[in-house]
Design a protein around this ligand. Structure first.
Ligand code: FES
Ligand SMILES: [Fe+2]
Length: 446
């Protein structure tokens, strides 16, 4: 049957790799041995996302994070250089900085008061003459890690011999730079302690096969069946058409309330729209293309499909991005330091601020296509980071639906009655993900 939608721009479909049809052994999700292999061969080798550049704009700005229990400090020095360090005082090993983000030209250790500047240099140690092995400030500084920036984020690595970040990200740079994440603002920033393996989480977002059963309300306005999957060297993506009914549903004419809402978000008035449901997606693309500037957005670097769809990327190993023309949702899946049955799920929502400086946009106002005028919102206040356990707070309907299944999936993986993942072609990204893991762990390719 002919597709009721198409990509309007060339999306450079990659040839699908052939990884065969074997099951993916469940031990990869539950065994401590496999987890140890991942620690040595993946987590200590790759580039890891630290946080958004937005949080590192001025000398003294810093963020902290953790990977495998390693506390990390990323800070902009007085020379405007961003550096990453182990967040550990070199005196007796106390954690140096405790807050998630802030600005400080100097970090003072809470134990004996050693003070480090934002470049990681030790500048003051009380009673320095009482160290017969040498004045501490002459001998010690914070231990530094490789650090670089790309696609609006700062990255670090536990591997001092890591390849250049640009090489590591490869095609991701070219694909994601046009979105200008560095101009987006965080509107939600949480970490959820999840009772499942980090890969259980990555997998759940790397296939649309579960949409009909898990998220049935999405099928009236997104395609979930016949979508483009691209596997690159180690990263992968799929392109999910939004604003069109799923191939799974028979009624392709009726514009449902969910689809109307998506039209409204794009600036189209559904009550004035003459077409049927299959015509909405293209109308959204054309509307954004025509009225983008008036709305305060510069879409000139995005192709038509990017103006309606979810361009969904996995940056190996643990960054999942749902990318829309005016916003982005980022998941960072971090392993638990000791337990393969747990992970940390970082969720951040980003929005592009309309730009009042684009010619034709009235200062502090934007014109939504059709003449309606709306105020450009002020720069949203950076939300405080919050951490909580699975189930303690809602993450919104769709993510709650995903998070409902996954603890049970993890429990099933531990059952004697289950062998491993029996994957279909809609789940190709999961096979590619495991092939990349194998490259790191067994083929010593990286
Ligand atoms: S442990 Fe930091 S000053 Fe002693
Ligand atoms: Fe889902």
């Amino acid at each position: 049957m002919a597709k009721h939608w198409k990509y309007y721009s060339d999306q450079d479909k990659q040839t699908d790799p052939d990884y065969g049809t074997d099951i993916i052994a469940k031990e990869r999700y539950v065994s401590k041995e496999f987890m140890d292999l991942e620690v040595e061969n993946i987590w200590k080798k790759v580039w890891l996302m630290g946080g958004p550049l937005l949080d590192l704009q001025n000398p003294g700005d810093y963020i902290t994070t953790e990977i495998l229990g390693e506390p990390i400090l990323i800070s902009m020095g007085d020379d405007n250089k961003i550096r990453a360090f182990y967040n550990v005082c070199q005196h007796r090993g106390n954690r140096l900085v405790h807050s998630i983000k802030g600005n400080n030209s100097e970090h003072s250790c809470s134990f004996h008061g050693w003070r480090y500047n934002s470049n990681g240099e030790l500048k003051f140690a009380p009673d320095e003459e009482t160290f017969p092995q040498g004045i501490p400030c002459d001998k010690l500084k914070l231990k530094e890690l490789p650090c670089d920036t790309a696609i609006g984020f700062v990255w670090f690595s536990l591997n001092k011999d890591v390849e250049p970040l640009e090489e590591y990200l490869g095609i991701i740079n070219e694909h994601l730079n046009p979105y200008h994440f560095e101009r987006q603002f965080i509107v939600n920033d949480v970490t959820v302690e999840m009772p499942y393996n980090w890969k259980t989480s990555v997998d759940a977002f790397n296939e649309t096969y579960h949409v009909v059963q898990t998220h049935p309300e999405l099928t009236s306005w997104i395609e979930d069946l016949d979508i483009q999957i691209d596997c690159y060297d180690k990263h992968n993506r799929y392109l999910v058409p939004f604003g069109t009914p799923s191939s799974h549903i028979k009624d392709k004419k009726t514009i449902t309330d969910d689809l109307k809402l998506y039209m409204e978000q794009a600036g189209i008035d559904p009550s004035k729209f003459k077409g049927d449901a299959t015509e909405v997606r293209r109308a959204i693309q054309l509307h954004r293309r025509k009225h983008g500037k008036e709305m305060g957005y510069d879409f000139s670097e995005l192709n038509d499909d990017q103006l309606s769809d979810d361009f969904h990327y996995l940056i190996f190993p643990n960054i999942t991005l749902n990318i829309y023309p005016e916003s982005m949702m980022l998941f960072r899946q971090r392993p638990h330091p000791t337990d393969p049955n747990q992970c940390l799920f970082d969720l951040q929502n980003y929005v592009m601020q309309p730009d009042a400086n684009i010619p034709g946009v009235t200062e502090r106002e934007r014109r939504i296509g059709g003449g309606k005028i709306a105020k450009i919102p002020e720069q949203p206040e950076r939300p405080l980071h919050r951490q909580f356990k699975h189930g303690e707070e809602s993450l919104g309907l769709v993510l709650d639906q995903d998070a409902y299944n996954l603890p049970n999936v993890q429990q099933g993986m531990n059952s004697a009655g289950y062998d491993g993942l029996w994957l279909g072609s809609q789940e190709l990204r999961i096979r590619h993900f495991h092939a990349t893991i194998d490259d790191y762990i067994y083929k010593n390719k990286r």
